[in-house]
Design a protein around this ligand. Structure first.
Ligand SMILES: C[S@@+](CC[C@H](N)C(=O)[O-])C[C@H]1O[C@@H](n2cnc3c(N)ncnc32)[C@H](O)[C@@H]1O
Length: 231
């Protein structure tokens, strides 16, 4: 489902990629499961896909936040960079609706929210060479071996990210799991098309999880994977 910030307040209709308009009340109410059902067919509403493709094809910077959670980074960063367009992915309905409400309340219109697993959608709906940055804040590490396939940074997805980035584009990872940071680094190194740099905290608006790590004094790894030849 693509959710469009319209700043029109209550009663706003969210236009789903997968099945048309979904009212805010329905999304919050006991029929919420029906919203999930509408995610099943990514080609169920070609008009919505067409509108989305036109919206991202605007000639300026396109930024993507993969798994925005409570949306602290997405909302603040999009508000600071109104000339860019932002696409946020999140699988959880409640978080999508909460962030949607905040965007509307604050009149931030340069964001589209896609409630879906980001991996196939990034692959299918974004043109090659179109995205300036992918931001991934505190991805789930999925420790158990049988769950490794759920990790967002699979070799296949890293290949997809490389192809979707602009020539000077990069992927920015933040995580409080040191071993996972190392694992992601190895996946990017194995791809061979990226250079890795450490990012300092003051370069980025913090995510919600990052603020909590700071409150508890937990260390955070911040890595930027830049397309080779762009340094
Ligand atoms: C640990 S939270 C971090 C949220 C936020 N980025 C932050 O740093 O505060 C990870 C979020 O990513 C979402 N997520 C996990 N896998 C995803 C996927 N494949 N596509 C979209 N969202 C995903 C989860 O639902 C969760 O809200």
């Amino acid at each position: 489902m693509i959710v469009e910030a319209t700043a029109t307040g209550a009663g706003t209709f969210y236009h789903g990629l997968y099945g048309g308009a979904v009212s805010q009340r329905r999304a919050h109410g006991k029929n919420r499961g029906a919203v999930g059902e509408q995610l099943l067919d990514p080609f169920g509403n070609e008009d919505a896909v067409h509108t989305f493709r036109s919206w991202i094809d605007f000639g300026g910077k396109l930024e993507v936040d993969l798994g925005f959670g409570r949306g602290g980074f997405l909302v603040e960063q999009a508000s600071r960079t109104r000339e860019s367009r932002w696409v946020g992915f999140e699988v959880r309905t409640r978080l999508c609706m909460e962030v949607m409400d905040r965007l509307n309340r604050q009149g931030i219109s340069n964001v589209r929210i896609i409630q879906a697993d980001a991996r196939p959608i990034v692959d299918q709906f974004f043109p090659v060479g179109s995205i300036s940055h992918f931001y991934v804040g505190f991805p789930d590490p999925w420790w158990k071996k049988k769950h490794h396939k759920r990790r967002i940074f699979s070799p296949e997805f890293v290949h997809t990210l490389h192809s979707k980035l602009t020539a000077t584009g990069s992927v920015i990872l933040r995580t409080d799991v040191t071993d996972y940071a190392q694992n992601v680094r190895e996946v990017f190194n194995a791809h061979g098309g990226f250079d890795t740099q450490v990012v300092t905290p003051d370069e980025l608006v913090p995510t919600d999880r990052e603020r909590r790590c700071a409150d508890f004094g937990l260390p955070v790894s911040r890595l930027r994977f830049t397309k080779k030849g762009c340094l």
